[in-house]
Ligand binder design. Structure first.
Ligand code: SF4
Length: 270
């Protein structure tokens, strides 16, 4: 399979192998669009329109409610389709500001946000064995916590979808530089992943947010460009990278929770 450039995705035969020889929502036309890289020249609204048309109702937007990217995409998507779906992973460790924002968005867009919770038994077993704040102990322990609270619930939720949408951007982190706008997500059963603003800058996102008065997390005004779980997010200092406040005690190349690994052209906010 070719994964060497953002302009080239999986071959049609490979896509069919993943999805089961033409079954499901991955029609020849959709597969061809992914294969030839056409979508790399599309703007965000074009990609959203294409995704919603081809996969609804089996497509949903993943929003952390902790970064403006996901909120901008909610605004764009709800203008295209008022039945479009949004989900959030509630790890149980989110700051109150994030919960408040979820409710603001529910009201503003008349949107039933699909809140996805971790398995209670898995969380119970983890904290009994490793403590409440295991994530500070090592990369392995942090990944264990992200696994139980984020990755496993996400895997379960995505098992019911044909496609999902994220607000990843290539310049967010060294792990995201090869993010494609439309890709096959091998980690999640070969469903399609859309990254409509992969080539946008932070400034473009903020311009959109301001122009459309999109609600965002109030912690941004306190120096948090990206808000994740409360114990794993901090404000950044002047000159620091935008992602420097997430798992700041780790090296930059480790700073992913596992949610965005494995899709084609990713390595790449939740
Ligand atoms: S971000 Fe921190 S608290 Fe949240 S799931 Fe990952 S390690 Fe656990």
């Amino acid at each position: 399979m070719s994964t060497s450039s953002p302009q080239k995705a999986a071959g049609t035969a490979e896509i069919r192998r993943i999805r089961g020889d033409g079954e499901g929502a991955l029609t020849d036309a959709v597969a061809a669009t992914i294969e030839d890289g056409t979508a790399e020249s599309w703007g965000p609204q074009e990609i959203l329109t294409w995704g919603l048309k081809n996969f609804s109702p089996g497509i949903a937007l993943s929003c952390s409610f902790g970064a403006p990217e996901g909120l901008a995409l909610i605004d764009m998507m709800r203008r295209i389709d008022s039945d479009s779906r949004v989900f959030v992973l509630d790890t149980g460790r989110l700051p109150q500001a994030t919960y408040d924002l979820i409710d603001r968005v529910r009201e503003r867009y008349q949107l039933e946000v699909e809140v996805v919770f971790p398995d209670a038994a898995a969380v119970t077993a983890m904290v009994r064995q490793h403590g409440m704040n295991l994530f500070y102990e090592s990369v392995e322990q942090r990944q264990r916590c992200c696994g139980v609270r984020k990755v496993e619930p996400l895997n379960g939720y995505l098992g019911g979808l044909d496609a999902w949408i994220s607000g990843l951007r290539r310049d967010q982190n060294v792990t995201r530089t090869d993010t494609r706008k439309v890709a096959i997500d091998h980690t999640h059963g070969g469903i399609v992943k859309l990254n409509p603003i992969a080539d946008w800058s932070r400034e473009q996102v903020m311009d959109y947010v301001r122009a459309h008065q999109v609600p965002t997390n109030r912690l941004h005004a306190k120096g948090y460009p990206s808000v994740g779980c409360d114990p794993c997010s901090r404000a950044i200092r002047p000159g620091e990278d935008q992602r420097a406040g997430r798992w700041w005690w780790e090296n930059a190349e480790n700073r992913e929770c596992g949610i965005h690994f494995g899709g084609e052209g990713q390595g790449s906010g939740i």
